[in-house]
Design a protein around this ligand. Structure first.
Ligand code: 5MM
Length: 335
């Protein structure tokens, strides 16, 4: 394991108030996004949409890396330039989603286990050679009556640690993503309780499996009310409870925590991050690894037309810049 390379990558990912663009939607998820703007889910359209974002003027000022899907890492831009090279040339690190998706947990179909460990060392080697320098694996934990089970939490944590170790051996800095979904009717306190338990088990597994924490990144959910909860906790409570939980569970050896947005609006995801960074006294870099919260406006502005590229790029950069300000805790002051 090349510890120096891994920790250099992890630190570069959270440096200078930059964050990640999660553009690793699998083909099915991308289909839903394109469908929302009436665009057909074919390879060229997926490429054109992502190329449009990657070519945004100034992307490297706010975005340190992009999480790609297997297809995208192998794809060329319309002019023949590999998309990974295009990113590298603007100082943006290419990363790769290596999990094969969340499947039904055997014996407990209401819960999920993320698959993709079989053959992973070989894929990691190939991805490294294609230019990726970090990886992502997402575990999905749902909150509802009687779940999550201890079984779901432990099997997912075990797989996350197995993935992280394999990636580190192959030179990819692992993003460890245990996502607790915000789709339920639970309140913020239940979210905090589950987030704490999950992170505690995940860091125990990472420790047991000798994962090099200094060369890893955590991508967690924020501690937040479920979408269907009648009482939505205010932004300052989300920020305070998220930081409280992370301080309890995440070792300071981890260089960066880069949140997922999980279905929050673009503005909420930025404001929450801003409030956390404005609190100060944090042992790790706190940044973003947003998918929907960076892309929503851009996708709507694009509508599948090259003539809309400039407007879509402006929308994307507006969110990227806002989130970069949130990394410094200066977003609300700048607005
Ligand atoms: C971009 O979406 C990623 C997963 O897509 P699939 O469900 O198709 O595998 C997802 O893991 C994403 O990287 C994170 O959830 C962050 O995205 P959001 O939209 O939650 O910020």
């Amino acid at each position: 394991m090349n510890k120096q390379e891994l920790s250099a990558t992890a630190n570069a990912m959270v440096a200078d108030n930059k964050g990640l663009l999660a553009a690793d939607e699998s083909t099915g998820t991308m289909g839903k996004r394109l469908d929302s703007i009436g665009v057909e889910n074919v390879e060229d359209n997926r490429r054109d949409y992502r190329e449009m974002m990657f070519r945004s003027e100034g992307i490297g000022n706010y975005i340190s890396g992009v999480i790609l899907y297997d297809e995208t890492l192998r794809q060329n831009a319309a002019d023949g330039t590999p998309l990974a090279k295009l990113l590298n040339d603007t100082g943006v690190i290419p990363g790769i989603k290596v999990d094969m998706g969340a499947k039904d947990l055997p014996g407990r179909p209401a819960e999920k286990i993320t698959e993709g460990l079989d053959g992973l060392p070989g894929r990691v080697e190939e991805y490294y050679n294609l230019g990726a320098r970090f990886a992502k694996w997402r575990a999905v934990i749902d909150i509802a009556d009687g779940i999550p089970s201890r079984y779901a939490i432990h099997t997912n944590a075990h797989a996350l640690a197995r993935y992280a170790k394999i990636c580190q051996e192959g030179g990819l800095c692992p993003i460890v993503e245990p996502e607790i979904l915000m789709d339920g009717a639970h309140d913020i306190n239940r979210c905090q309780e589950v987030t704490e338990e999950v992170l505690d088990v995940v860091y125990n597994e990472l420790y047991l499996q000798e994962v090099y924490l200094e060369g890893s990144i955590l991508k967690p959910n924020m501690v937040i009310s479920g979408k269907k909860c009648a009482t939505q906790a205010p932004a300052d409570e989300v920020a305070a409870k998220t930081v409280e939980t992370l301080k309890r569970c995440v070792p300071s050896a981890v260089p960066g925590i880069m949140f997922l947005s999980g279905g929050q609006s673009e503005e909420d995801a930025t404001v929450h991050l801003d409030l956390m960074n404005a609190m100060g006294d944090l042992p790790w870099g706190l940044s973003f690894s947003y998918g929907r919260a960076l892309q929503q406006s851009a996708l709507q502005a694009w509508k599948g037309e090259a003539a809309n590229n400039a407007a879509a790029q402006a929308a994307f950069i507006e969110r990227a810049k806002a989130n970069s300000q949130a990394c410094a805790g200066t977003y609300s002051k700048a607005a």
